[in-house]
Design a protein around this ligand. Structure first.
Ligand code: ZN
Ligand code: ZN
Length: 364
């Protein structure tokens, strides 16, 4: 069976446990995951018997091209999506309908309750997101390509750096090259941070030239057929100080120690703990201010969340980032991030860019 019917099957198999007859899927990304539709302002009604996409006239052609095997209902121009939703649900003969509580406003919920007599709406949380945690072959293939494109851009771009290059220019160039290589674009706005900029984990590139800065942190990713890659490398000039070099070795050791443990059945928090223990051995744990990583997929940040308080357990088919970092205000930041697929027998690091201290020199 191809990927989409299987995804729908996994969703309908969960309806019993939720004690609902149908699911109303309103989140754009979840709609895409289940139907392949890439537009917006549309939702899905999923029952064990059939799936229907509810949309508007702008998308009629796109739906017939992208969504095979599911029903289509297009609202008329004097109808709102919520009116069509009531009509479709009323026609399905369902009594209890699951809705995504994280993705519906109170006003929409009240309207549905009022407009659908005889139907009870049951708030649920993260039902489709939990299915999305385990990637199928189509998703893994797209992610591999997203990683390849991001790596190629980086490899081609680094030798072109000059002292006059600015963070903004490099961020722009990354996006430009991603698209030329077939990506939909960046999976998030690239972080290009020279020197002290790197100390801010979510820094925004500025018109700052590389000249006079000894380190350069780049966090970037491509989006290919909807799927994100997310990588970070921290480069340095030959004469960077010893404190940078020592911290770099600590971050690298933490990342490798965490990756080493990745396999099905592992507690996510134990992976996080291994990275923290390595940072602690190097005396730099205090400078690590965020979680170890996150799942990637149709969104840049997906489940599982890799943190000390995570309750999640790794399973084959998850794709996660491992990205320890240390940040020294006004001085520099170091982060090393790779994308890792959890396999049946362990893991596969999808990204291949070298990351040893000597591999990450940049010359202006
Ligand atoms: Zn990143
Ligand atoms: Zn990340």
């Amino acid at each position: 069976m191809s990927a989409l019917p299987l995804r729908l099957q996994r969703l309908t198999a969960s309806l019993n446990a939720l004690e609902v007859d149908a699911m109303l899927v309103t989140d754009e990304i979840n709609v895409r995951y289940l139907s392949a539709f890439t537009g917006d302002s549309s939702s899905l009604v999923v029952t064990p018997k059939e799936t229907t996409i509810l949309s508007d006239g702008r998308y009629t052609a796109q739906i017939s091209e992208q969504c095979s095997g599911i029903g289509t209902r297009i609202r008329t121009s004097n109808q709102l999506l919520r009116d069509l939703t009531s009509e479709v649900l009323g026609g399905c003969g369902v009594k209890r309908v699951g809705i995504d509580a994280d993705n519906m406003t109170l006003a929409e919920f009240q309207f549905l309750e009022k407009g659908c007599e005889g139907i009870e709406f049951v708030p649920t949380r993260g039902v489709v997101e939990k299915l999305r945690v385990i990637k199928d072959e189509v998703e893994i293939t797209a992610t591999r390509r997203a990683v390849e494109i991001a790596e190629r851009v980086f490899t081609e771009l680094c030798p072109t750096f000059t002292a006059e290059h600015t963070e903004v220019a490099v961020a722009h160039e990354i996006e430009h090259r991603m698209r030329l290589l077939g990506a939909e674009g960046c999976s998030f706005a690239p972080i290009v941070a020279a020197g002290p900029g790197g100390a801010l984990p979510h820094y925004q590139p500025r018109n700052v030239a590389f000249a006079n800065h000894k380190s350069l942190l780049i966090d970037w990713g491509a989006k290919f057929e909807g799927y994100a890659s997310d990588l970070t490398r921290t480069l340095h000039q030959q004469d960077v100080g010893d404190s940078f070099k020592r911290a770099y070795e600590g971050v690298l050791e933490a990342q490798l120690a965490a990756i080493e443990l990745i396999r099905p059945g592992m507690q996510v928090r134990d992976i996080d703990a291994a990275a923290r223990a390595a940072l602690d051995r190097h005396g730099i744990l205090d400078a690590f201010s965020h979680g170890l990583g996150h799942g990637t997929g149709l969104q840049i940040h997906e489940l599982p969340r890799m943190s000390p308080i995570s309750e999640e357990i790794l399973a084959s088919g998850m794709i996660i980032t491992v990205e320890p970092g240390v940040y020294y205000d006004g001085d520099f930041g170091i982060r090393i991030e790779d994308d890792v697929l959890v396999t049946d027998s362990g893991h596969e690091v999808l990204s291949t860019l070298p990351k040893g201290l000597d591999d990450c020199r940049f010359i202006l």
